[in-house]
Design a protein around this ligand. Structure first.
Ligand code: GRF
Length: 220
């Protein structure tokens, strides 16, 4: 584990349905060799449906709401409260699993190279909050998902893993996003597991990741 003396402690941040949180909870509990456990779930909305997964799993929740159009000082104070709320559970790693807020250096420096995000496109294509819609609008035939370390630029940090997903005729934003999520549910836990086992090396933009045991393509 990261500290060698205890399972890696994971904080997971969500804003929405939380299917990636669910996948992480399932992976950490089903695999005795995962090397990590979800110790807290954070959200920026009390109504985030995914909080139900934390509740069911008996994982503590930290909810810090941020009103739309908040000024810089309000955002900084919100981010500080969120970081402090998570820190009370002493996490080693923070996983952004559909968390629709941008975190600044003030947050990230508390967990250097230990904040991950999953994004529903093959970065650097289609950064931002509407990646699936943008990929469809552009007419690409292949998109996918990216798991990366978070830096201060949106959807930008060193890439840990990517996997392609085909765009099929007749796809809507919903059908394509659901197909991408199926892959995310496998790729995100695989990357988190690698981090738990200290099998990630970062050199500038380049991350070397040993996804031992990870199947890179779905079964036939
Ligand atoms: C995922 O596709 C993630 O990449 C994006 O938001 C979606 C969250 O889905 N940032 P869920 O809440 O985990 O179901």
């Amino acid at each position: 584990m990261l500290t060698a003396t205890r399972p890696t402690r994971l904080a997971v941040l969500i804003s929405g349905g939380g299917s990636n949180l669910r996948a992480l909870l399932d992976a950490t509990t089903a695999d005795p060799g995962f090397g990590g456990e979800v110790v807290v779930v954070g959200a920026d909305r009390g109504g985030a449906a995914g909080l139900e997964h934390a509740h069911t799993a008996g994982v503590p929740e930290v909810v810090e709401e941020l009103t739309a159009g908040a000024d810089a000082a309000t955002r900084t104070a919100w981010e500080h409260r969120l970081a402090e709320g998570l820190a009370a559970y002493d996490p080693d790693v923070v996983v952004l699993a559909g968390f629709m807020r941008i975190l600044s250096g003030g947050f990230l420096e508390r967990w250097p190279d230990r904040v991950l995000n999953t994004h529903p496109s093959l970065l650097p294509a289609f950064r931002g909050a509407h990646a699936v819609r943008a990929a469809l609008a552009h007419g690409v035939k292949v998109t996918g998902c990216t798991v990366h370390l978070v830096d201060e630029e949106v959807d930008h940090g060193p890439i840990l893993a990517q996997e392609a997903v085909p765009v099929l005729p007749g796809d809507t934003e919903t059908t394509l996003h659901e197909r991408i999520k199926v892959v995310e549910h496998r790729l995100l836990p695989a990357c988190v597991r690698a981090l738990c086992h200290d099998r990630v090396r970062v050199l500038g933009r380049h991350a070397e990741v040993d996804l031992a045991g990870h199947r890179s393509a779905p079964p036939e």
